[in-house]
Design a protein around this ligand. Structure first.
Ligand code: CAO
Length: 570
């Protein structure tokens, strides 16, 4: 084993560059050619790879450091033979950059000051070609920053290209209107390739003029497509432009969405995950997007806390149809000519059905639902309720079973607080208020009015409010405020029938109680079967927040409270 310092190689015309990303830490094992750090100048961002495989013993730089050719980056412990062949004497910062580059045998990564060929054809059109981009070959076009019809200014970036080590923008050296784009996303381009044809506002600058202004002009003949184009154009004026622009931290040309500020490896990572980098907020130096920003964004999208612009636009344009497989790669919705089989009538879906359908669909797809079924004995409660209603008939008071269930759910939410929560990104929001929604069947579709502060109200008041809210729902007069803010929902089909069902959680709530029709059933009391009024319960819960044992306990406690309300006093 031997120790070897990996140094910043020849980075072309860049004097000093800033370390903006550390990609390894002491103890990491790196492979030869694996990137160690990302550096950035005002012209390009690039990754500095390791010339050898080994174990990182020390990282000599920190974020924000300025480094230049020959600066030490990391110290590697490498296999003895490899070190010996690479480094007769251990390289260090005192070596000349040339020695360092040779010793480390690191490829030159710099986007060197470029010669960018812009030529005016006999028809007065301007051809913009890929400039000298240093040692890069076959770089991929990863972003097109203009389209046909756009007006571009001199120095405005036309596209971004990326190798596995660096990303750069390619600017136009002339102004004009884009007549043709000769590249598309994913194309591999090389120096001299035709990017775009402009109809010129400003003429290209004669080479002599630029030569006096810049010392980097190299009017070398361009081969391949560029040369071919040159031979067909009778009046071509060669010009030089500045080096490709850096992947910017800002939006220099006022594009609607600026090019995100991220290293090539992060951009690649984002592309692999299908993450739109322009929508990711960077937490790194100067707002740079890091790998963990991309991971965080992905988590937020998966949890439903965030929608990408594309998904939001898709949902907006197609709120509730599944005709394209819901964008999930599923089979398309079957298109059937039903009239072939018999007489049919077509009716538009109600507005409420469309809205609630889209919500239910989202909740069903995004929430991992599990439903626990249970029964509880409400014999005594029902007897009490009937008795109370008889006694208060004259006063016009009617206690409903649902009002008791709302009180029972408040007691259960207090005992199991995670059921009174919502997911917000990586956080759980635990509520200290108790607003309970109840599903109401209306001629126009399902609505969910909310009893606010149910913990502070008695069963009589809740019954009365429920009656009023259910009537408003049926009459289509519920206000948005009367349908918002619920912590937990009860969906009762008890007045209708059925045994059990799977209620869909009303996001961003994390659980919902479904109730079906109670029935007299024989229950063994240890000595004999006795008739008991049993209420079927179906609790759906979000498995991201709640686990099965907690759900079973919640269901059991909810039932025990209905069986004997004295439990809430304990
Ligand atoms: N078991 C047996 N009977 C029940 C019962 C239960 N769990 N719950 C209520 N009942 C009986 C009541 O005793 C009452 O009978 P009487 O008129 O003889 O007293 C009758 O059913 C109606 O009950 P109610 O007036 O108390 O109404 P409710 O509280 O059950 O329901 C409301 C009110 C608004 C929830 C209801 O009208 C409704 O819309 N339910 C449908 C909810 C729904 O669609 N859920 C599904 C959502 S998922 O698509």
């Amino acid at each position: 084993m031997a120790l070897l310092d990996i140094q910043v190689p020849d980075i072309g015309d860049f004097d000093e560059v800033t370390v903006i990303e550390l990609m390894v830490k002491p103890g990491d094992t790196v492979a030869a050619d694996q990137s160690l750090i990302t550096v950035e100048s005002d012209k390009a961002s690039m990754e500095i790879p390791s010339s050898h495989g080994g174990v990182v013993k020390a990282v000599w730089v920190k974020l924000g450091d300025k480094v230049k050719q020959g600066s030490r980056v990391v110290q590697l412990e490498v296999a003895g033979a490899a070190a010996a062949s690479a480094a007769p004497a251990a390289p260090n910062a005192s070596q000349t950059p040339d020695q360092a580059a040779k010793v480390a045998d690191v490829p030159v990564l710099a986007a060197q000051s470029a010669i960018h060929n812009v030529a005016t054809t006999s028809a007065g059109l301007i051809e913009v070609r890929v400039p000298d981009i240093g040692d890069f070959k076959d770089v991929a076009v990863i972003e097109l920053l203009v389209k046909v019809g756009d007006s571009v200014k001199t120095e405005q970036s036309l596209m971004t290209v990326e190798s596995d080590k660096a990303a750069m923008e390619i600017p136009s050296s002339a102004a004009g209107v884009v007549k043709e784009l000769k590249v598309k996303l994913g194309d591999k381009v090389n120096v001299g390739d035709l990017i775009a044809v402009l109809e010129g506002a400003a003429a290209a600058v004669p080479v002599a003029a630029v030569a006096t202004a810049t010392t980097t002009v190299r009017p070398e003949p361009v081969e391949g497509p560029a040369a071919a184009a040159a031979s067909t154009s009778s009046a071509r004026t060669e010009v030089a432009v500045s080096a490709p622009a850096a992947v910017p931290a800002h939006n220099p040309i006022g594009m609607p969405i600026g090019l995100p500020h991220a290293s090539p490896s992060v951009r690649k990572f984002a592309r692999e995950l299908g993450v739109p980098l322009a929508e990711v907020k960077g937490s790194g130096l100067k707002g740079r997007i890091t790998e963990s920003d991309v991971q965080g964004f992905t988590k937020s999208v998966m949890s439903g806390a965030v929608q990408t612009l594309a998904i939001a636009a898709q949902a907006k344009s197609k709120p509730s149809t599944a005709s394209d497989g819901g964008g999930l790669g599923l089979l398309a919705w079957p298109k059937v000519d039903f009239s072939k089989f018999g007489v049919v009538e077509r009716k538009d879906m109600s507005r409420i059905k469309k809205i609630s359908g889209a919500n239910l669909h989202r909740n069903w797809v995004l929430i991992p639902h599990v439903t626990n079924h249970d029964d509880c004995d409400i014999t005594d409660l029902e007897a009490f309720r009937v008795q109370m209603n008889k006694e208060n008939e004259k006063a016009g008071i009617k206690l409903t079973m649902l009002a008791f269930m709302i009180k029972a759910s408040v007691a259960a939410l207090k005992k199991f607080p995670e059921f009174n929560s919502s997911i917000d990104g990586d956080q759980l929001v635990l509520k200290q208020y108790y607003h309970i929604g109840f599903a109401a069947d209306t001629p126009n579709g399902l609505m969910v009015p909310v009893i606010k502060d149910a913990d502070k109200k008695g069963v009589v008041q809740i019954s009365t409010e429920m009656g009023e809210l259910a009537k408003k729902a049926r009459d289509g007069k519920l206000s948005p405020a009367e349908m918002s803010g619920a912590c937990f929902t009860i969906s009762s089909l008890g007045g209708i029938g059925g045994r059990y069902f799977t209620p869909i959680i009303n996001a961003p709530e994390v659980a919902i109680m479904g109730v079906c029709k109670s029935q007299i059933e024989p229950k063994w009391d240890g000595k004999a079967f006795v008739p008991k009024l049993m209420l079927p319960l179906s609790l759906s819960w979000d498995h991201r927040v709640i686990d099965g044992a907690a759900a079973a306990r919640f269901n059991a406690y909810f039932g025990q409270v209905l069986t004997d309300f004295r439990r809430v006093l304990l």
